[in-house]
Design a protein around this ligand. Sequence first.
Ligand code: NAD
Length: 453
Amino acid sequence: MDPFADTLQRLREAFVSGRTRPAKFRAAQLKGLSLFLQENKQLLQEALAQDLYKTAFHSEVSELILCQNQVDFALRNLHTWMKDEPGAKNLMTQLDSVFIRKEPFGLVLILSPWNYPLNLSLGPLVGALSAGNCVVLKPSEISKSTMKVLAKVLPRYLDQSCFAVVLGGPEETGRLLEHKFDYIFFTGSPRVGKIVMAAAAKHLTPVTLELGGKNPCYVDDNCDPQTVANRVAFFRCFNAGQTCVAPDYVLCSPEMQAQLVPALQSAITRFYGNDPQRSPDLGRIISQKHFQRLRGLLSCGRVVIGGQSDESDLYIAPTVLVDVKETEPVMQEEIFGPILPIVNVRSLDQAIDFINRREKPLALYAFSNSSQAVKQMLDRTSSGSFAGNQGFTFLTLTSLPFGGVGQSGMGRYHGKFSFDTFSHHRACLLSHPGLEMLNNIRYPPYSDFEQKL
Ligand code: NAD
């Protein structure tokens, strides 16, 4: 018995009926999303607190507001985005109408992770609905409370003949992926990204893969250590380090490290107090499995800040590691927790070389008082996103695409990029039914070509 067949059949029929195509229908879905966010704010905040120990404020800034902004931006721009885009013509097509039509793909699957379980479900959903698709959303089974709200409450705000939430872990998702979708949007780990892409390949289904990896953070000798420490500690520990774009490790000289370590200690104490476990502003690790993995990483290098953990509370202290070897697990896998290793390099060139020897990261950070050094880092490396002297504030902007490159993913979304991702850009040329004399020139035989001219 296939648990998904009926739902998928229903959504396919709805798509074929054409009801998702009109702007009015799409806008109604977006307004439904907006209402869902407004009317269930407290419920969502409670769910996020249960899943990830997020405070109401944290949920607001890292999930709810970001979703609302994406919805509002799509509602404001939907009509413009949907318009056919005129194409430039050549001599032979002067009398034709030439344009790009943005048409929905059809039935879209969105697979989301647990770390920002609302934002990373609704963000892609905004794009898929704006573009006029029918959507199956499969939220992460690990962020259970948010998953329940998405499954039980969200569908009430959307047209249920065109939208469904399905539930399941790896096994169920594997079965779901056996079905043919017209587009798959996946956010998660590179490991599962490969599984999703292999399943999609069987049907030649296009994919967006929003993956993770290790995001380098270069700190130049000329920086003010406290300013850098504040920014790096804040963005590393946000959501207890469980952020795909978090700075994963620092690259700096031993001299800068000597100044940075006390500055990081001071920033951590300022943000979370002398006992960070008692701070309401530091999140918890999502599960026992991830807790055990992170606790294992604490034995890499030498702990100079933090290092404490409490299994009963899924708590890992904000931790800084030094003397870390490139071959140790903490420098091999994405950390995804509040642990920051520092690796020493002697120069900007050496840092660039270190970064370029590894997979292309999702985000890259460079801190320097020299705009030339920041520019060098930008010009000579590649990453999904780049920030100079800042953390991951770029992802709050609807004007910038968000996505990875190489091992950190493929495709992009946010703002208009979301609409474009979920739309097929159809090349259209409409010619005149008459005016045959203009066409005669292209027909054979070509022996009398000059006469035709
Ligand atoms: P994950 O890859 O384990 O899971 C993501 C989704 O895939 C979930 O819905 C899950 O149910 C499903 N899944 C898990 N195993 C599967 C399998 N074997 N077959 C089919 N489906 C399966 O990722 P996660 O642990 O939920 O999230 C953490 C990872 O996601 C990190 O690597 C992080 O960097 C990445 N991430 C990336 C972004 C981004 O925007 N690029 C955002 C958040 C998280």
